[in-house]
Write a protein that binds this ligand. Structure first.
Ligand SMILES: *Cc1c(COP(=O)(O)O)cnc(C)c1O
Length: 388
């Protein structure tokens, strides 16, 4: 779209990645299923400026979606991958080599941690975890071979909010690349690149897709050099995304802000129910004063998404909490979040963190688009089974 930069963010999102002129006026870029792309002649095959060469590498739909996400995150350009995790692993492999040292936030998405500990460490990359609230104190952990600082904020499970500007400042002083998992914010609630982060990664399976039916990941680079490195690694690894998933995520973009807003409002209703429960030891949600990094959240964010976690008091066993969970009609147990339905997922904090000392069952809640009063009545009914 021409001149779309003069509009406000919400308006931009309606236009990002669309090219009706390329498709006879068709509103949405159509699903483009292709491996082979034909060249008009041999000269076109050898022309380095030919735009589309092979479906896995680049095609009209992946290109449109990558442009849209780059616009959303305010970056140079993006790559897409078959999942959020694939976007993360591709990004790490693009910028790391054996002998490098990486500082990883301790509250990162657990599969990211398992990839780092198993694959990266196996290739001779030195992985060190840091406290999500470390801020400028990260300076003390920097070594001569520190190549990357990996952030995720708010983090997984406990939603610790990092002081991104302070960490980026130290990273820049030491010429270290910063990569941030921005899935929580869906590219809307927080803009890592505008705070100087080099690569923003997210799973489009969450709020971007928004309907629990997409496996897709994106990584947006801040400049051309970083993008080229990222893209070349993606091509070498065979990283690519499925056509239907790209289409659905692109469609999700148009309602993204509304859905996030609604998720936040519904989440607040359910959150206040949990705040009144005496069975609860702690609630993790950045909007709460006691939640880790709340002050930083207040400085850098305006709202949250639909997530929070509950740590029950240690006297409630997994079996008792299980009775409560199984008595709920509107909160099925399921992985992932960002869809339309409320969900619960237990979190195995001892394997997710370097030093998790707290006792008690830990559940993550994703609040969907149900009427919040129905959710609260469901909780009111099921909580009796916790004490039974
Ligand atoms: C879900 C998730 C991912 C991984 O996304 P997939 O698309 O499931 O691979 C990465 N980071 C965070 C914070 C997530 O919640």
């Amino acid at each position: 779209m021409s001149d779309h930069k003069k509009y406000r963010r919400e308006t931009d999102l309606m236009h990002a990645g669309r090219k009706p002129d390329d498709y006879f006026g068709v509103v949405n870029p159509p699903i483009c299923r292709t491996s082979t792309i034909l060249y008009k002649d041999l000269a076109a095959y050898f022309d380095p400026n030919t735009k589309y060469r092979y479906g896995r590498v680049n095609n009209p739909l992946s290109q449109s979606f990558e442009e849209a996400i780059a616009a959303l995150e305010g970056g140079f350009h993006a790559i897409t991958a078959s999942s959020g995790l694939a976007a993360i692993t591709t990004t790490m492999l693009a910028f790391l080599q054996s002998g490098d040292h990486v500082l990883m936030v301790d509250s990162c998405y657990p599969p990211t941690r398992f990839f780092a500990n198993k694959q990266l460490a196996g290739f001779g990359v030195d992985i060190e975890y840091y406290d999500p609230l470390i801020g400028a104190g990260i300076q003390d952990l920097i070594r001569e071979n520190t190549k990357m600082i990996y952030l995720e904020s708010p983090g997984s499970a406990t939603f610790d909010v990092q002081d991104v500007p302070a960490i980026v400042r130290i990273a820049k002083q030491n010429a270290i690349l910063t990569v941030m998992d921005n899935t929580y914010s869906a590219g809307v609630l927080f803009k890592p690149l505008s705070h100087g982060v080099n690569i923003s990664v997210q799973s489009a399976a969450k709020y971007l897709g928004g309907h629990s039916d997409v496996n897709l990941g994106v990584a947006v680079a801040d400049d051309e050099a970083h993008y080229k490195k990222l893209k070349s690694c993606a091509v070498n690894l065979g990283t690519c995304a499925a056509a239907e998933d790209l289409y659905l995520a692109m469609r999700g973009l148009r309602t993204l802000e509304m859905r996030l807003d609604h998720a936040h409002k519904n989440m607040m209703c359910v959150l206040s129910w949990f705040e009144r429960r005496k069975e609860v030891q702690a609630i993790y949600c950045p909007i709460l004063q006691k939640s880790p990094g709340h002050k930083t959240w207040k400085r850098d964010f305006k709202t949250t998404n639909g997530l929070f976690s509950v740590l029950f008091k240690p006297e409630y066993s997994m079996e008792q909490v299980g009775r409560f969970v199984d008595a709920l009609a509107l909160f099925p147990v399921g992985s992932s979040w960002g869809g339309y339905e409320s969900l619960i997922q237990p979190q195995d904090m001892k394997s997710y963190r370097s030093n998790w000392e707290k006792e008690g069952v830990f559940l993550r809640f994703q609040i969907g688009n149900e009427n919040p009063q129905d959710l609260i009545e469901d909780l009111d009914n099921a909580i009796k089974f916790l004490r039974a």
